[in-house]
Design a protein around this ligand. Sequence first.
Ligand SMILES: Nc1ncnc2c1ncn2[C@@H]1O[C@H](COP(=O)(O)OP(=O)(O)OP(=O)(O)O)[C@@H](O)[C@H]1O
Ligand SMILES: N[C@@H](CCO)C(=O)O
Length: 311
Amino acid sequence: MRLGHDHVRVRVPATSANLGPGFDSLGLALGLRDELEVRALGSPGVVVEVKGQGAGEVPDDETHLVIRAVRLALDHVGAPQTGLHLTCVNRIPHGRGLGSSAAAVVAGIFAARGLIGDPEALDDEVALRLATELEGHPDNAAPAILGGATIAWSDADDPKAVRIAIDPGLTPIVLVPSTRLATSRARSVLPASVPHTDAAFQAGRAALLIEALTRRPDLLFPATEDRLHQRYRADVMSESLALVDALRALGVAAVVSGAGPTVLALARATGGGATDADDAVRAVFGGVMGGWQVLRPGVDGAGARVDRIPG
Ligand SMILES: Nc1ncnc2c1ncn2[C@@H]1O[C@H](COP(=O)(O)OP(=O)(O)OP(=O)(O)O)[C@@H](O)[C@H]1O
Ligand SMILES: N[C@@H](CCO)C(=O)O
């Protein structure tokens, strides 16, 4: 297979995984996006330019996550490897539980899709499989690819995902701390097994969450209870768990976003840009943000997009 195009632009959303009880399965795409351009070069090698999040920190060589994903996807379809010029404008904070690594991986795969110029060659199912190969779990990659809210699962190591139609009033409030936590660290503190009673509890809440997200947002509070991951992670993100507790004490459906330490509140719009969680968010901070940022990015309904840039 040959490359059909030599210059593409990709937009890819941040994502919040787990949503409480949906560990490694549920995810939500957020209206906060990385934008990047990839140009095929006539000579081998890579040039990487990064602005925004991760600038001066992420590698500028073949080990850059977007480059690795482009190469994996080109290899997968038997397309030739080529020199690459990558320009990134990153808005998704790294190591915060907002799916930055999944966004980078999905962006690379979509860039390869654009360069190949044949959408059939790297369809969404293949994109999810390749992204999961690099990420280890599909819960961020699925909404990054499909947009909206998704349920991901794996059949014998083969990841699949479906999108669900969420209630239009659902309003994510994203509370981002200044500290980072690597997902690998947050996963290392999880137990190998959990009590059967907790597994049963979790199955009930995850099932309820689908109804709450789609038709009964009034059930979001009980539906976002979790016994599988958040408490086990308390030692590595104590401030986040304290914030979740403080918000939940005021009736807000707050959870740890992905592997943390960001906190996600699944609020409901009450009109004029306000939500039912606004008073609680103001009350818990009491005007002292202590390094926390409050974002209202909205839901991204589109997922990753790639466009050819005419040359
Ligand atoms: N846009 C990017 N370009 C290059 N590398 C990236 C990019 N985004 C993330 N990474 C790499 O991934 C790391 C963060 O990944 P990690 O899985 O720990 O957190 P996350 O993806 O932000 O959070 P979570 O998986 O909990 O949602 C960064 O430190 C960096 O090495
Ligand atoms: N489900 C993952 C999301 C982070 O990538 C976790 O909680 O570890």
